[in-house]
Design a protein around this ligand. Structure first.
Ligand code: NDP
Ligand code: 8X3
Length: 252
């Protein structure tokens, strides 16, 4: 029977690239995100291209009730998830703490921390019932370092880093692997979302150097997931060659 990967935030960027990669590796997929039209389109494409089964479930991870109800509503066969990629996440704004928007803060905290927790609790229990599993948490270089005006986004990704470590301890007796992947700059819809649709400002983030692309991170995740049963990759920081740390990018 094909293995199953559940990928959150599969409607764009890193999550979408992971969906392609896991389909290529013959996994059946559960894809989630809010934009149902994109999920449906992607499911059709992957089914046609790779002949894999794809279930889609559209919900907002910030909504505890919606998240739990939608996941638990999946038919039993889809609950035998082997790999969970906790990828849904975002940044909103880039302002000094004294000017930050309370709504932006709530959105980041509710999505990046609480949403990840809601999904993880449901799926970890399915994995415990199956006796195995692998949870991959997408953190960030922003979860390892703090940069100017990154304050709350960095705090949420530091929380992901802590949860990654905590999950690994708690799920150890259940044979569940837990891996943190921490990318530097990846050109996706991330900056467009951060700057609320300002495409010009978003484009500037990636000017003058070669950023990572979503496939780079999907390949890294696949490396971690495809290790032998006795090997776990705890943590990986993946940067563009032109980026030394969170705040230092060499632009031509
Ligand atoms: P994208 O904006 O391209 O993708 C973000 C994904 O998250 C989308 O599929 C979006 O789906 C989903 N998402 C956001 N909010 C919610 C929500 N409330 N409920 C459900 N799904 C949601 O960005 P990336 O692919 O770059 O980001 C993926 C992850 O990688 C994030 O956790 C981000 O923090 C992290 N990251 C990104 C880096 C980068 O430079 N791009 C670097 C380091 C980490 P939808 O809108 O349809 O709900
Ligand atoms: C995304 C990378 O540097 O914009 O997590 O925070 S950064």
């Amino acid at each position: 029977m094909a293995k199953i990967a559940l990928i959150t935030g599969a409607t764009s960027g890193i999550g979408e690239a992971c969906a392609h990669l896991f389909a290529r590796e013959h996994y059946n997929l559960v894809l989630t995100g809010r934009r149902e039209d994109r999920l449906e389109k992607l499911a059709k494409k992957l089914n046609t291209k790779y002949n894999v089964e794809v279930a889609v479930s559209a919900f907002d991870v910030r909504d505890r009730e919606q998240t739990i109800v939608n996941l638990e509503a999946l038919p039993a066969k889809w609950k035998k998830v082997t790999v969970l990629v906790n990828n849904a996440g975002l940044s909103q704004g880039l302002d000094p703490i004294q000017n930050g928007s309370l709504d932006d803060w709530d959105t980041m905290i509710d999505t990046n921390i609480k949403g990840l927790l809601y999904v993880s609790k449901v799926v970890a229990n399915w994995m415990i019932a199956s006796g195995h599993g692998h949870i991959v948490n997408i953190g960030s270089i922003a979860g390892k370092e703090v940069y100017a005006n990154g304050n709350v986004y960095c705090a949420t990704k530091h929380a992901v880093d802590a949860l990654n470590k905590g999950m690994r301890i708690d799920l150890l007796p259940h044979g569940i692997k837990v891996t943190g992947i921490h990318p530097g700059a990846v050109e996706t819809e991330f900056s467009e979302v951060r700057f609320k649709g300002d495409k010009d400002r978003a484009k500037k983030v990636y000017e003058g150097f070669d950023p990572l692309v979503a496939d780079d991170i999907a390949e890294t995740i696949w490396f971690a997931v495809s290790r032998p049963a006795h090997v776990n990759i705890n943590d990986m920081i993946v940067m563009p060659t032109a980026q030394a740390n969170a705040g230092t990018i060499f632009r031509k």
